[in-house]
Write a protein that binds this ligand. Structure first.
Ligand SMILES: Cc1cc2nc3c(=O)[nH]c(=O)nc-3n(C[C@H](O)[C@H](O)[C@H](O)COP(=O)(O)OP(=O)(O)OC[C@H]3O[C@@H](n4cnc5c(N)ncnc54)[C@H](O)[C@@H]3O)c2cc1C
Length: 414
């Protein structure tokens, strides 16, 4: 024991003194905060390292389907969130060219569109003071050659030694790179999202509509009786990659340009959207087969959320799946951490690794099926190849007879 402490001092010579923590979560987005909350509910202390200076989100609205609500119920925050967003009882797919209406393969049960900021605030609120450390960017992670526990290096030169590191640092994750996972691929389409405020109320009550042409999909759904969330996906152009993603004029103009032939009220909705709510996002994804073979754990380092399973948003499940990750991970860890006191250091580490393996095993196939369905829908939307399009349609019909069954999943009790 004494020898190890001397080792630490020698290695850290010339650097800031290393801080020691039991459980460190990298990234304070939806997944990082949900994981911290799930652990807190199970009596496990954690710290969240978030590179931004405040709670922030990319994108304004998020669709939450029944599986996501089950996870939010387990986290004890669902009822509070229900007060912030209206229930959406009907879903329609409208073909713009001929006006044909079909039922959308989304959400068999409870479906609401949340403001992302409401979601992260509600997840962060019950956490003990100082759980989230803002302005902390993790630059790298290694395993200590003596203890095999992870060591994080931060942008300000400080070092954190942890027993467990959970990488919830999104699509460009430092932690998944450390685990040897391939970086997510760029998809051929992009998404624009925004909010439109209707001072005198809107007419979309309780209905989630997707207006669709061969090239463009526009989704619109109410958040409250005055606020509507919309998203538009279309082919990515070189101008999109060059344009500043924060330029609302470009984002709005390019969306309206893509909406030739769309109903007048939908074009007005985009035109009247709030500039500060607009986001243009290049879509990134991990192919489903990567999820089958990826190593999600190394030692006591593991990933969750987009860092584990980046997927395009075609079935609106990335966030819901991240909440499920949080519940399952906290449940698996709490089962093993209970016996911590009776065991040696080495045994403790093995127990933690077993708990993380349990989590990975429970999540892998769920994530694979979500990712496969999203990938196949992506093929049907990809206009670069007709063969791919047909293959996507046929595979979807054969593999996913019930295209809404992804919302039936129950991540179980916390
Ligand atoms: C266009 C679009 C629409 C979507 N719509 C839906 C939807 O309707 N429903 C749904 O369920 N999902 C949806 N998703 C998916 C959903 O947004 C993501 O799955 C979810 O946000 C993932 O959360 P996360 O916490 O894993 O990652 P993020 O939200 O990306 O959070 C990662 C956090 O880590 C921080 N971070 C990154 N690197 C570091 C570092 N090195 N050090 C410290 N901190 C770091 C970041 O600042 C950030 O706060 C959509 C995605 C897109 C792109």
């Amino acid at each position: 024991m004494q020898e190890k402490e001397m080792d630490f001092e020698e290695r850290d010579a010339g650097m800031k003194v290393a801080e020691e923590q039991d459980t460190v979560i990298v990234g304070g987005g939806i997944c990082g905060l949900a994981t911290a909350l799930a652990l807190h509910r199970k009596g496990i202390k954690s710290v969240v390292l978030e590179k931004s200076e405040t709670l922030r989100t990319t994108g304004v609205g998020i669709i939450m389907q029944p599986n996501g609500w089950r996870a939010l119920d387990q986290l004890g925050v669902a009822s509070k969130l229900r007060e912030t967003a209206m229930d959406i009882s009907s879903r329609q797919l409208i073909m713009v060219d001929d006006g044909k209406r079909l039922e959308l393969p989304l959400g068999k049960g409870e479906l609401r569109c949340l403001k992302r900021l409401d979601l992260v605030e509600v997840l962060a609120e019950p956490l003990p003071v100082n759980t989230v450390h803002f302005g902390c960017k993790v630059l790298s992670i290694v395993l200590d050659p003596v203890t095999s526990y992870p060591v994080l290096q931060l942008h300000d030169g400080s070092i954190i030694r942890a027993k467990i590191v959970i990488g919830c640092d999104g699509v460009n994750s430092v932690i998944s790179k450390f685990l040897g996972m391939n970086p997510p691929k760029l998809f051929s389409r992009c998404a624009t999202r925004g909010f439109t405020w209707y001072e005198r109320g809107h007419d979309f009550s309780g209905v989630f509509r997707i207006h669709k042409t061969d090239n463009v999909q526009l989704g619109q759904l109410p958040v409250t009786d005055k606020l509507v969330y919309w998203f538009l996906t279309r082919s990515l152009t070189p101008q999109d990659s060059n344009a500043s993603k924060k330029d609302p004029a470009y984002t709005k103009e390019a969306s309206m340009e893509a909406m030739k032939g769309f109903p007048h009220e939908t074009v007005e909705m985009i035109k009247n959207s709030e500039d500060k709510s607009l986001y243009l996002t290049e879509l990134r994804y991990l192919p489903p087969w990567e999820l089958l073979r990826a190593k999600f754990r190394l030692g006591t380092v593991v990933v969750a959320g987009d860092a584990m399973h980046a997927m395009c948003p075609f079935i609106s499940q990335g966030g819901g799946a991240s909440l499920e990750d949080a519940v399952v991970l906290a449940r698996c860890l709490s089962e093993k951490i209970k016996i911590k006191m009776q065991t040696s250091r080495q045994e403790q580490k093995m127990m933690l690794e077993k708990a993380l393996d349990l989590y990975v095993r429970e999540r892998r196939m769920r994530l694979f099926w979500l990712s496969l369905q999203t990938y196949l829908i992506g093929m049907t939307l990809d206009n670069t190849s007709k063969v791919k399009k047909v293959l996507g349609i046929v595979s979807l019909i054969l593999i996913f007879r019930d295209q809404r069954s992804h919302t039936d999943y129950d991540c179980g009790r916390l």
